[in-house]
Design a protein around this ligand. Structure first.
Ligand code: HEM
Length: 406
């Protein structure tokens, strides 16, 4: 098997659009991801994506941003503010877990701190799976066993009850006892309603529920930590420019785009050829070959993103064509379904700041900047060194409202 690597922006887009290239990034994580949306191909993928897309609506995102997120932020940040600081990765998990389980359709009947803690612990175990293929450890079996145990616990404690409740609600609706509007608007409900078409087994539903917790929370938390880090370093080096954070209501979102460009959640996408095909540069790929789509390198093209493309510069002019965050939200059939929820929509000239959809990452970053987030001078952040993707595993911060950038 030959491995072909594509590094230029156009070539990556071309590869991600090829119907004969199927997902292969998660092959090593099959125990948890074999049957999830991002690993499906062809008609099975199209049908599942169509059913799930019904939950990813602009009105649902806007309502979340404007009414639920501000309360979640106040509640989650209050204890950290009172303590004067904390670990940003931990803060991110606590904020995003609520959002992501609500979208996935995982009920939390008790709504206690213990229940939240249990889900957080599960989420941390699940987050070991997508990176299994990038692990630098010699023996990954202990990681795999932790994942299997967490899957079984998640099924018993959370998925089964959430599924039963939705099936009962659908039966009530079919019998005319409740209106359509009374059904929850989440992925699990959409799957229960689409079951005639999709014919999913229970183990497949467990995998999909877990995938949504990961797709929603894990990527977002790491984007959040990278963005805060980049903004704090940049503001310290460019104190004059940092005034724009206050002056321009859309500037935090611009900074997040720039950070997302530099730090895609996975540096590469991977695909395997189902049949012979030709890449944009003319290279012929045989059936069974692997294609590595190097998003990180494509996002750092000097021709598209200007001089010093490795540098975080939210003022950089960007050529017409690429998105300001590059290919970090994917492209083609697997393009991120949660993009607008995570990073909002690009503001059009004359956009109304009060009605604009900013995305949860920019809104969380803004909330942290307003509270005067700074790096903890007494405690150094650490990166996860066990995988090839770069993520912060701990990022100690302090809150100093008197020096807030926003
Ligand atoms: C900043 C945060 C996020 C980043 C960087 C991100 C990035 C990505 C990327 C690169 C892909 C494509 C993977 C591939 O081609 O192999 C993807 C797919 C996906 N993302 Fe996101 N994502 C983010 C947030 C979210 C959120 C908040 C949700 C949902 C609540 C979500 C749901 C999904 C789903 C369902 C897919 C699979 C789509 C499919 O296979 O058809 N993502 N994401």
């Amino acid at each position: 098997m030959t491995v072909h690597t594509v590094t230029d922006h156009e070539g990556c887009i071309h590869a991600l659009r090829q119907p004969d290239l199927r997902q292969s990034l998660y092959d090593a994580a099959a125990l948890m991801m074999e049957h999830v949306l991002v690993n499906l191909h062809g008609e099975a993928h199209r049908q599942r994506r169509t059913v799930e897309s019904s939950v990813f609506r602009k009105d649902v995102f806007l309502a979340y941003e404007k009414s639920i997120l501000p309360r979640t932020l106040d509640e989650t940040l209050a204890p950290y503010e009172a303590a004067g600081g904390g670990d940003l990765v931990d803060i991110g998990y606590r904020i995003m877990m609520n959002l992501t389980v609500d979208f996935a359709g995982i009920d939390r009947p008790l709504r206690t701190a213990e229940e939240t803690g249990e889900l957080l612990a599960l989420l941390k175990d699940f987050s070991l799976a997508p990176a299994l293929g990038q692990s630098l450890e010699a023996d990954v079996e202990p990681r795999k066993q932790r994942i299997r145990d967490a899957m079984a616990r998640f099924d018993e404690r959370f998925l089964k009850p959430s599924l039963s409740r939705r099936r009962a609600l659908l039966a009530d609706h079919a019998a005319g006892r409740i209106a359509r509007e009374a059904l929850p608007s989440d992925v699990l409900m959409a799957l229960v309603m689409g079951q005639d078409r999709l014919q999913m087994t229970e183990p497949q539903l467990v995998q999909e529920g877990i995938f949504y917790m990961l797709a929603g929370a894990h990527t977002t938390i790491h984007s959040l930590t990278h963005a805060v880090h980049e903004i704090l370093e940049w503001a310290a080096a460019n104190p004059g420019d940092a005034a724009e954070l206050r002056a321009n209501p859309f500037f935090v979102q611009r900074c997040v785009y720039e950070s997302v460009r530099l730090h895609p959640s996975s540096p590469v996408a991977k695909r395997r050829a189902l049949a012979e095909l030709t890449l944009a540069d003319g290279a012929v790929v045989a059936a069974g070959d692997e294609v590595v789509v190097d998003l990180r390198t494509a996002n750092r093209s000097e021709a598209l993103f200007g001089p010093a493309p490795d540098r975080f510069d939210p003022h950089r002019p960007i050529a017409k064509g690429p998105l300001p965050y590059g290919l970090s939200m994917g492209h083609g059939m697997h393009a991120c379904l949660g993009r607008n929820l995570a990073i909002g929509v690009e503001p059009k000239p004359g956009a109304d700041p009060a009605l604009h959809q900013y995305g949860v990452v920019p809104l969380i970053v803004a909330a942290l900047l307003k509270r005067g987030i700074t790096r903890d001078p007494a405690d150094t952040p650490t990166k996860d060194e066990t995988i090839t993707r770069i993520t912060w595993s701990r990022y100690p911060v302090r809150f100093r409202p008197e020096t807030a950038l926003l």
